[in-house]
Design a protein around this ligand. Structure first.
Ligand code: BG6
Length: 508
């Protein structure tokens, strides 16, 4: 029997009937993330009864080919096993549309095709465009959507939204230009710039942890916090993405977006409401308050690295320059560590250390908040394993959870002290698998909730901060690449960065 108390909440999450158009449906993102996410939403009855998904790409596919390719993709990449009847039902809604991204006529034909589907499914002209192509064609797609009138709802009561994948620009100028192009065709309220880190449950839990509890907020400032470490480590190498990655590097691929978002959520002031603009107003203030880096600062506070040959889990792996598709003298960084300071009332004097890299010993992302030492150390002689300051670690993945390290007395007649850990794990507390980030984000965009999407000014502020780093690096080719063996925690300069401040990276 249906539990009547659950009904309103579940019904609220069902979005309007609409057509989702995926540009670049034959690409990696659609296979690995978007289709599995849509399938899981369908499996959980979170899609409306009346919807269609139109896959747009250049390849010579048809509806049948799209359906069979996407079935294979879901079998491999879905977080839950494919259930035949659920898939069959969902696949009936998938359509393929072949065209070039720069062909205006193709977009006009697309408009007609969407109108026919509106009639077939009784959809009131609602459109969710999803740009999942390589960035070189972003501008063509956006312009042609405008020319074909696909930026306007097809009926007075309809809506149109556009989701744009990363990378959003490659520096400040290109991001500004892209924002200008987008805003020539779409109003900012229609635009959903995606950062999949914001769809991760634990990243959203950071908001809940900070603003649904009162015990930490009074401590969340320079009076009590010594420093913060944000780590996003990956053990994978460049995989089959050398073409993209070698032009991009870790600063653009991970720091500008994912890490800056983690930093903003960690450091922002309480928003006046849990609404898109209220949250984004506070995040952008953090980005604005970060102390600007000038060219002379860059070598002092930013470390770059590139992996050489090494081993992961005992298996030998090639160096970055030996990966297929990477130039043998590539100077692209696969590792970045940096120290940032937020010049505002709350955070003045608290360093934020960030590190990210490929081919590090394991995949782990966390935010670790180091609290200050007690003003007086009463137990100096009684400390076993040294003294630890309190560390609150918010683990984003894997083993999502929060742990607090503090010092405790070892049972016995003597006063001996050692650090212990208090642990909350998502898996054991909630006993359910967490949805994939893309499930949440697709649903939010479909419902018009932009809280977990990036606003134009956020993208630009983040690029404003990091563009001087890119420019400085471009003028000073790295002398020592590769400078860390695959399977280690990055170049030794990253340790020196913290050692100079009398600190160490957390052992993970
Ligand atoms: C992507 C980057 O945005 O994030 C990839 O382009 C990276 O290089 C990936 O591997 C990491 O995402 P996740 O969800 O696996 O931490």
């Amino acid at each position: 029997m249906i539990n009547p108390f659950r009904l309103p909440e579940e019904q609220e999450r069902i979005p309007d009937p609409a057509i989702l158009v995926i540009f670049g449906v034959t690409g990696d993102l659609a296979r690995r993330k978007l289709m599995p996410a849509l399938y899981n939403l369908a499996r959980e009855n979170l899609l409306p009864a009346r919807f269609a998904v139109v896959g747009f790409a250049r390849s010579d596919w048809d509806d049948q080919k799209l359906r069979s390719e996407m079935r294979k993709a879901v079998e491999v990449f879905s977080r839950t096993p494919l259930i035949g009847p659920v898939w069959e039902d969902f696949a009936q809604h998938l359509y393929y549309f072949k065209s070039h991204y720069d062909d205006v006529e193709g977009f006009r034909r697309l408009a007609t095709c969407l109108q026919e589907l509106d009639a077939q499914y009784n959809i009131p002209g609602n459109r969710l465009h999803y740009v999942a192509t390589p960035p070189v064609v972003f501008e063509s797609i956006i312009r042609n959507l405008g020319i074909a009138g696909l930026n306007q709802p097809a009926s007075p009561e309809g809506w149109v939204r556009i989701v744009i994948e990363k990378p959003f620009g490659t520096d400040l100028e290109s991001a500004k230009r892209l924002n200008a192009r987008v805003n020539e065709v779409f109003h900012e309220e229609q635009v959903f710039r995606i950062d999949h880190y914001l769809g991760k449950e634990t990243v959203q839990n950071l908001l809940a942890f900070r603003f649904a509890n009162s015990i930490y907020e009074p401590l969340w400032n320079q009076k009590y916090i010594d420093h913060v470490q944000i780590t996003v480590a990956e053990s994978v190498g460049v995989e089959a993405r050398a073409g993209f990655y070698d032009q991009t590097g870790a600063l653009r691929d991970m720091v500008q977006n994912h890490m800056m978002q983690l930093l903003s959520l960690m450091a922002m002031e309480p928003p006046v409401a849990l609404e898109a603009d209220a949250v984004r107003d506070e995040k952008v203030k953090v980005l604005r308050a970060i102390k600007r880096l000038t060219p002379p600062d860059v070598p002092k506070v930013v470390v770059r690295g590139q992996y050489g040959p090494g081993a992961i889990n005992g298996q030998p792996v090639p160096g970055y320059r030996q990966e297929p598709g990477v130039a043998p003298n590539s100077t692209t960084e696969t590792y970045v560590a940096m120290k940032l300071e937020i010049d505002n009332w709350r955070w003045a004097g608290v360093p934020f250390y960030l590190r990210t890299g490929k081919r590090l010993p394991k995949k782990i992302s966390e935010i670790a908040v180091y609290f200050r030492s007690p003003p007086q150390l009463l137990f100096e002689g009684q400390l076993e394993h040294g003294f630890t300051t309190n560390v609150l670690a918010i683990q984003i993945q894997p083993n999502e959870g929060i742990s607090l390290t503090f010092n405790a007395k070892i049972p016995g007649s003597e006063m001996r002290i050692r650090p212990v850990v208090m642990d909350f794990r998502y898996g054991s507390s909630f006993g359910m698998s967490t949805p994939e980030a893309y499930e949440r984000l697709l649903l939010d965009a479909w419902q018009g909730d932009a809280t977990l999407f990036i606003r134009a000014d956020e993208v630009e502020e983040s690029w404003r901060l990091l563009t001087p780093v890119l420019e400085t690096w471009a003028q000073m080719p790295p002398p020592d690449f590769p400078n860390y063996p695959a399977g280690t925690w990055g170049p030794s300069e990253a340790d020196v960065l913290l050692a100079l401040d009398g600190r160490r990276w957390r052992r993970l």
